[in-house]
Each structure stands twice: as C-alpha cells, then as structure tokens.
Ligand binder design. Structure first.
Ligand code: ZN
Length: 189
C-alpha cells in the first residue's frame, strides 16, 4: 500500500455505505438512520487519515548508548480484512548511534502507520523500517499488542484475546544481553 493514498471522496463513500446498508436489508428511511451513510463515511475518513507531522532528529551529542524505550503508546487501526478496528498499545525501542528523536514523535509514527487499512504484522514492520531509516540506530525493537474486534466479536469469540507482534533488528536481535533487556522492559507486566 502506498504511503500517500488517493484523496478520500466522501460523497462516493457515503453513497457506497448507503448501498451496502440497503443490500443488507436496512431501511434507511428511518429517521435515526438517515445520516448514517455520511457519518460512517466521515468516520472512516478520519480513521484512515494520519495527522501530518514532520520529523526532527537530533545528533546524539552525549553519545548515549543505552536502550531508549517508549512503552504503552496507545493506537487504533482498521483491519483491512474486515474493516473493523483493532486497538492496543505499541512499544518502541532503539539503541541510538548518531541520531536520536523527540520521544513524542514516536507516538506520531505509530499513528502514521495506524491510520490506514492495516494488518498488525505489516504495521509492526513498517514502524521498524521507519526507525531504521530515520535514525540509523544500532538496533530496533517494536512490539504491538492489540485486540482485534473482527476476532473477538465473531467467529471464535475470544473477548480480551490479544495479538502480539514484534520486529527486532540489529543488535537488539544479535546481542543476547540487549535483547534480554528489551524483552524484560516490554514484557512481564
Ligand atoms: Zn480482521
């Protein structure tokens, strides 16, 4: 999927929701349903549009060479297989080399990749790719924990079941000490 999707056509989306509901046997003349197609169109437009942000990275002046970790960044995304939300938290860790980044920016990076049709595995890799590309760190570790509504309200129906995905690269993958430190910091809570 492209990083810059086509612009959203709200009128067309509303017409499509109306068509979907009609096909599902819903009577849209009902007062409270009349604006539902447009509301749904606007909601999906919001869920699929990340807020723009610019990234500023800084030289790692103090030569900080221990793990930087931001834990429990909340996110909501939309499962591309069912158009249902999946929500949870992300943990982002990196071992700096030449550059560091404002910590609040890491939350915006999560949002950047959450606000689109997604699968959790791909989102995890995309966040790891971003950190690798922008910071060129010695190592990266990303963990996403999320509950998928498409899984918990239908089919096997396992409320509260969480899916955990991870992407671990560089020294976080190869150095047992750093890897263990990372896993201890994001797991076992
Ligand atoms: Zn799904």
């Amino acid at each position: 999927m492209a990083d810059h999707p086509d612009p959203i056509d709200l009128d067309r989306a509303a017409a499509a929701v109306q068509e979907l509901l009609t096909a599902l046997g819903v009577d849209l003349t009902d007062e409270s349903l009349r604006d539902t197609p447009r509301r749904v169109a606007r909601m999906y437009a919001e869920l699929l549009t990340p807020r723009p942000f610019s990234v500023t990275t800084f030289p790692n002046d103090g030569s900080y060479d221990e793990l930087v970790i931001v834990r429990d960044i909340p996110f909501s995304s939309v499962c591309e297989h069912h158009l249902m939300p999946f929500t949870g938290v992300a943990h982002v860790a990196y071992l700096p080399k030449a550059r560091i980044v404002g910590l609040s920016k890491l939350a915006r990076v999560i949002e950047l990749y959450a606000r689109r049709l997604q699968v959790q595995e791909r989102m995890t890799s995309q966040v790891a790719d971003w950190v690798e590309r922008e910071l060129e760190p010695r190592g990266v570790g990303i963990v996403l924990e999320a509950e998928h509504l498409c899984m918990t309200i239908r089919g096997v129906q396992t409320p509260g079941a969480r899916t955990i995905t991870s992407a671990v690269r560089g020294t976080l993958r190869t150095d047992p000490r750093t890897r263990a430190e990372f896993l201890a910091l994001v797991g076992n809570r």
